[in-house]
Design a protein around this ligand. Sequence first.
Ligand SMILES: [Zn+2]
Length: 454
Amino acid sequence: MFSRFKKQPSAAGEASPAFSISVLIAISALCFSSIIQASDIVGARVWRAPDNTRLVLDLNGAVEHSILTLQSPDRIVVDIKNGRLATASTLSSLQLSESPIKNIRYANKDKHDLRIVLDLKEKVKPRSFLLKADGELKDRLVIDLYDEGNGKRAVKTQQAKQSSGSRDIVVAIDAGHGGEDPGALGPNNLREKHVVLAIAKELEALLKKQPGYRPYLTRTGDYYIGLGQRPALARKQQADIFISIHADAFTNPQANGASVFALSQGGSSSTMAKYLAKTENRADLVGGVTLADHDDMLAGVLLDLSMTANRDASTKVGSKVLSNMGGVARLHSKRVGYAGFAVLKSADIPSILVETGFISNPGEASKLRTKSYQRKMAKAIYQGVDGYFQKYPPAGSLIAANKAGGSKRYTVVSGDTLSAIAHRYNVSQGALKSANNISGSQIRVGQRLTIPSS
Ligand SMILES: [Zn+2]
């Protein structure tokens, strides 16, 4: 009857050997105590990602569990030793419509154990692990269900458009955190993961309007992606640049201002940079680390030579973004900072991490939550990126072809003025007007302008 029986490795099994030993001791100690003490499931959440669904059970202690896949009908059985459900509504109130789960049932098994059955709408590959309590988060049992079969839901890898030798520049936009990892928390429950996704989507919309660019979002909804997986997704899209967007917290609520970081060669450029890198890199402890992530990061770190060239490009684009953000926000530092952010460890793609402000600062948080400010921030990032690529267009790109041809095209977005566009492209207002047959100073959103060569 059992088609497959798999006891999944715990998160501890995937950590470094030294770490595993201490964790294993801790877990066996917990297992011993769990013989007497039952563990309650006190909360549950479901996160839907493009190719998988994550079910998270909050526990008030570590548990032993096993998971098996059964067929006809398709279902997953999760047995939790000495488990108890705090209240029936914990599982029955879950929103399952977007997930492959049709229904969740549960029953006591052998007096002490809890059996949870996930009835499925379609076949999935399960993977489960335990996460230790961390900060406000409790011990958790994480069950990831990977979509199987014809991959109806799976994300397709889109190749960069190749048309008559002038391709689009691919901009990978990485909204930090997501799902089980909310990122920093601001006043009135403002969460970093929501703010940065909103800014990322504004930036995507701006880039979509400009000929020569193809934006790609690593995260499109409220779910978690591992830190190593983010640059890997960008690489699959053959991205020309990787921009991770954040709005972090600092120990001091007075701290404010926007900043831009590139990967450091070793040490961090400031205490703040070191602190931010440490808190950001902790995200994988919250979201669940996989071995594949480590392999990917290691591969990235080994290519040290190409990283030096990459750091130079990252610094250049970072400076452009920073100077444009200076027109919207106070800058925390006028120079690109350097820190060991795991998400920036791409050897082959210039990568920056943009801190749009401190969500822990009440004044900045109240701005960050508004659509208009999110839009301004996205526009500043866009202008920085565009400024960089107008100067250093990748070979074979449409922007490179336009540059060689002596003129560029620009589509007007909301908030643009003729003088600002002229300033950005380093041309006179008069030249800009005559190239486009404009007599007054009126331009409209969506209007395509020819930028004359300066
Ligand atoms: Zn962050």
